[in-house]
Design a protein around this ligand. Structure first.
Ligand code: SF4
Length: 697
């Protein structure tokens, strides 16, 4: 059936934007128009909603929706085609690329806005085709976090849940994250509530923002903002850790019983000069020491980490240092503690959980382990390629060399990847690209075949939110009759390519049943058991209630111990010089979402923030002759954009701040595509830049 709605009333589903996973309801009128309704007792948000969630259905009804398959003719123009014609072309081209270049000639992009079942199928399609080159934009936001957490604690996800954090944490250490804008309901309903009840917040960020303002609750010292220079997170945390070591604020019992590597940390910091480091960070030493004391003295202290930490070439080490801090103070394995990445999109956690990654199979099981492959092969009944594949940025870099075709489900690399002028040039050289999406995105402009998909509001499936809660989404009827669900498209393509039954599924529940067999973290879940409340993974056996917090009894690393490892400062790969004297850093705003494909099509959101801008410190504004409201050209070694200047003390002197959301002035035309060597995440958060006034206000 098109819809799982069992009554004439509104349908309960999950907001399609951020990883908080708020429950909403949607209703559909006779014309097919979909509208928002609150879901008063939704498990995560209890009816509260932010501006994006309330406006989400505007993207479903938008006139830009793709309604028919499109094929690019030899003259370069797109024309309408039947599904059969589009599928035939896809199969012919994928077979040709396989014959001419081997399976390694294709790359596959899953989607962090698509559901678990759909991401499960696209990674299965890639592996059945013969390559592990499948990835999603989880690479761009938290691959470094996932890498560090998996290596040092065991699981690449939030250690705790929003509920236990609100109830038990005395200190919230929020570094490089801005939940006031990016996770608004988590911020207002959980974190701010905890602060109103007496908890302390320590925010570490170069930019004052909605999070900063949301905690300026009273005149007490329960909110500190350490406004550091971009890219100095390691030295700042090293000052914190050294202060804890000097004062003997360690949890010796926890360190002895549950960790390995503390001597390495002590050795790394033996000659560490706290004063010089604090100066490098641009934060008074006594403020960092006070923050260290507050964290170390708390009964339960929780760390929240965001893309300000992960999107650096030292992203893995940034997060490792947060893990070090939590481990030496024993702040793991009980409510109100932990190291907690705030995940971006509504299913960015799930997309990697179900294996849309080049190095792991569903459930984070290493693809290069023959025993694991054999285990999964028993269910899949085909041979899985053994070599880990390419990440998404690597696939993009390899276009014209080893990559000749791309299959893109719902992602928009022309806006989301760094140095997008180069991404566009490479896509022009690509032999063949399929895009399945709900709009003709900036990336679809380079596609040979565009397949019109149904939106989030029209489909059933499951998503995993930021605290590992797996929840069901439920759809209303299709708005456009000739669109197809992503899951059905993948099944159609898979059946036509292989004709061996491996893509023979009736619907999402059947796909979930197969996922449960190959991914132990989901094994105990069924659609029925998920119900309306959802379950936090790991849920290993039927009847298992799931784990709101991890590591109560031990870590799930190979050794069973939490791994401490000293790390040293690594400056960004590009630092200011005479030609480019400023540091450019990027971030998102509450009204828009990532590449803006959905949020820029929402009247409500566009009314508030219709165009891009750059934050400039008043002293820099004076130096470069910029007045508030001027249009300026912001340049880096890779490109330039024209944006309006906002002169504000929110940003640190010497740093400018812009967003990636707007197609005509996208921040990623400027960002640097250097990668963290291990996690392959790009350095979105620091590039050298200059600014020039083009039009005075
Ligand atoms: Fe949607 Fe996130 Fe807003 Fe909740 S906080 S309504 S999940 S965008």
């Amino acid at each position: 059936s098109e819809s799982s709605d069992e009554s004439d009333g509104p349908t309960k589903t999950i907001c399609p934007y951020c990883g908080v996973g708020c429950g909403i309801q949607i209703a559909q009128d006779d014309e097919g128009e979909v509208t928002f309704r609150p879901w008063g007792d939704a498990p995560v948000n209890e009816g509260s909603i932010c501006i994006k969630g309330g406006a989400a259905t505007q993207s479903v009804n938008h006139e830009d929706r793709l309604t028919e398959p499109l094929i690019r003719d030899d003259d370069g123009e797109l024309r309408e085609a039947s599904w059969d014609e589009a599928y035939d072309l896809i199969v012919d081209e994928m077979e040709r690329i396989h014959d001419e270049h081997s399976a390694q000639g294709m790359g596959f992009y899953g989607c962090s806005k698509a559901m678990n079942e759909e991401n499960y199928l696209i990674q299965k399609l890639a592996r059945r085709y013969g390559t592990n080159s499948v990835d999603t934009c989880t690479r761009m936001c938290h691959s470094s976090t996932v890498y560090a957490l998996r290596n040092s604690l065991g699981a690449g996800a939030m250690t705790n849940s929003m509920e236990d954090l609100e109830e038990a944490a005395d200190v919230f250490w929020i570094q490089g994250a801005n939940p006031g804008e990016q996770h608004p309901i988590a911020n207002s309903q959980y974190f701010r509530q905890a602060v109103l009840e007496g908890a302390t917040v320590i925010q570490v960020d170069p930019h004052a923002n909605k999070t900063t303002r949301s905690f300026d609750i009273d005149e007490t010292d329960r909110h500190m903002h350490l406004q550091l220079e971009p890219g100095t997170d390691i030295p700042l945390l090293n000052v914190v850790i050294k202060t804890i070591l000097e004062n003997d604020w360690l949890d010796e019992e926890f360190i002895a019983e549950r960790t390995q590597g503390v001597d390495d940390l002590k050795e790394t910091l033996e000659d560490f000069d706290k004063e010089a480091a604090a100066e490098e960070c641009g934060v008074p030493l006594e403020d960092i020491e006070l923050a260290a004391e507050k964290y170390a003295m708390a009964n339960n202290a929780a760390i929240f980490t965001g893309m300000g930490m992960s999107q650096h070439t030292c992203g893995v080490d940034n997060v490792q240092n947060e893990i070090n801090l939590a481990l030496i103070t024993g702040n793991l394995g009980r409510p109100g503690t932990g190291v907690n990445p705030l995940r971006g999109q509504n299913n960015v956690q799930g997309a990697s959980d179900v294996g849309a990654m080049p190095n792991v199979l569903p459930g984070y099981r290493q693809v290069d382990d023959p025993e694991i492959r054999a285990d999964v092969e028993e269910v899949w009944d085909f041979e899985i390629p053994s070599e880990p594949g390419l990440t998404n940025v690597e696939m993009s870099h390899e276009i014209g060399d080893t990559i000749h075709g791309l299959y893109i489900m719902g992602e928009n690399p022309v806006m989301s990847e760094p140095d997008t002028n180069q991404v566009e040039k490479r896509l022009e050289e690509l032999d063949f690209m399929v895009v399945q999406d709900i709009y003709e995105t900036e990336t679809a402009e380079y596609a040979d075949v565009i397949l019109p998909a149904t939106s989030w509001a029209e489909r059933d499936g499951t998503v995993v939110n930021t605290d590992r809660r797996t929840q069901r989404m439920r759809g209303v009827d299709k708005v456009h009759p000739n669109t197809k669900h992503d899951l059905d498209i993948l099944c159609d393509v898979g059946q036509r390519l292989f004709d061996d039954g491996s893509f023979d599924f009736e619907g999402p529940e059947e796909v979930f049943e197969e996922l449960r067999q190959v991914a132990p973290i989901f094994h105990g879940m069924t659609y029925d058991r998920l119900g309306e409340e959802g379950i936090h993974w790991p849920c290993l056996e039927p009847g298992d209630e799931g784990d709101p917090y991890l590591y109560a009894d031990g870590f799930t690393t190979e050794s069973g111990y939490g791994q401490i490892e000293g790390v040293r400062h690594q400056p960004p790969k590009e630092t200011p010089d005479e030609e480019y004297p400023l540091i450019l850093t990027t971030g998102r705003i509450i009204e828009h979402y990532n590449t803006g494909t959905m949020s820029r099509r929402s009247e409500t959101l566009n009314r508030v923030e219709p165009e891009n801008f750059v934050d400039v410190h008043p002293n820099d504004a004076e130096t470069y002759g910029v007045e508030d409201g001027d249009y300026v050209t912001l340049k880096s070694r890779r490109g330039e954009i024209e944006v309006q200047a906002r002169v504000t003390e929110d940003i640190k002197e010497g740093t400018v701040w812009t967003t990636p959301h707007f197609a005509d002035s996208a921040g990623n035309r400027l960002t640097n595509d250097v990668l963290d060597e291990r996690a392959k995440i790009p350095e979105y958060k620091a590039a050298a830049a200059e600014i020039e006034v083009t039009v005075e206000a």
